[in-house]
Design a binder for this molecule. Structure first.
Ligand SMILES: Cc1cc2nc3c(=O)[nH]c(=O)nc-3n(C[C@H](O)[C@H](O)[C@H](O)COP(=O)(O)OP(=O)(O)OC[C@H]3O[C@@H](n4cnc5c(N)ncnc54)[C@H](O)[C@@H]3O)c2cc1C
Length: 226
């Protein structure tokens, strides 16, 4: 059982929930939790949520409300400080980035997220040391929906490019993450360890554009939220 220790309103439709979990073991950046809600009549719903905190921090998740969503609307609108929630985790061994991977195969880090798909990528950039060259490409619909806006703006050691698909805004790219943006992010040096996360359609579109540009497809890992 995890106790809600803190709530951070990231946007009007997304919030971060920081948990207090007794005897929490260190997680890997990219892993997720399975969270189960039980209604008074016994009805249960289970959903997965990526850990958005670094391995040395308390476990946190960042949830974006899906319209009419059963679990996400409860987590974004109803959950309060001090509530307890049933979780299982940390889960997952494929979509993970560890300093060990960085030392066994040194390469830059390329993090590509769409919408709430930025959540596990935050765990990665928070755990990467500053000597790992990091590029973050993030796609959101509007400026207001950019999750971790301040943290991204203040990031000193990563190259950050945020694409807005439904709005023009100073300091942001307009339109989807396309082949040109991916080509620039992959670069011409050592191929980057690349992580793509977000809604299924986003991940499919990005990986299709990315495959011909990336010299080593085995270095691309994906996570679909759909
Ligand atoms: C490994 C993994 C990690 C995940 N991590 C996160 C995370 O960090 N943050 C986060 O917000 N979500 C994350 N998700 C998605 C999350 O598990 C739920 O699917 C999401 O919160 C919707 O659940 P719901 O009960 O609110 O919606 P449901 O009641 O299940 O669905 C309501 C409606 O929304 C549609 N729908 C469901 N999920 C999505 C979606 N992701 N995008 C668009 N439409 C959708 C459904 O088809 C349905 O029409 C993750 C999913 C996986 C598999």
């Amino acid at each position: 059982m995890a106790t809600v220790a803190k709530l951070v309103e990231e946007t009007s439709s997304a919030r971060t929930i920081v948990f207090d979990v007794p005897q929490w073991k260190r997680h890997c950046a990219g892993q997720h939790l399975d969270l189960r809600l039980t209604a008074p009549d016994g009805y249960q719903a289970t959903r997965s949520y990526s850990l958005s905190s670094g391995p040395d921090e308390a476990p946190q998740i960042t949830v974006e409300r899906v319209d009419d969503g059963e679990v996400s609307s409860f987590l974004v609108d109803i959950v309060e400080d001090g509530d307890t929630l049933e979780i299982r985790g940390a889960v997952g061994g494929y979509f993970v980035w560890t300093p060990r991977l960085a030392s066994t195969r040194p390469a830059p880090l390329l993090l590509i997220g769409g919408g709430s798909g930025i959540a596990p990528l935050r765990a990665m950039w928070r755990s990467a040391t500053t000597n790992v060259p990091t590029t973050i490409l993030y796609s959101a619909q509007t400026h207001e929906r950019v999750i971790y806006r301040d943290e991204l703006a203040a990031h000193e050691s990563a190259t950050v490019k945020i694409h807005l698909t439904r709005q023009e805004h100073d300091g942001y790219e307009t339109g989807r993450i396309d082949s040109r943006a991916l080509n620039a992010a992959v670069g011409t040096g050592t191929p980057p360890h690349t992580y793509v996360c977000g809604p299924t359609a986003f991940v499919e579109a990005v990986t299709q554009a990315l495959m011909p540009l990336h010299p080593d497809a085995s270095m691309i890992r994906t996570e679909r939220f759909g």
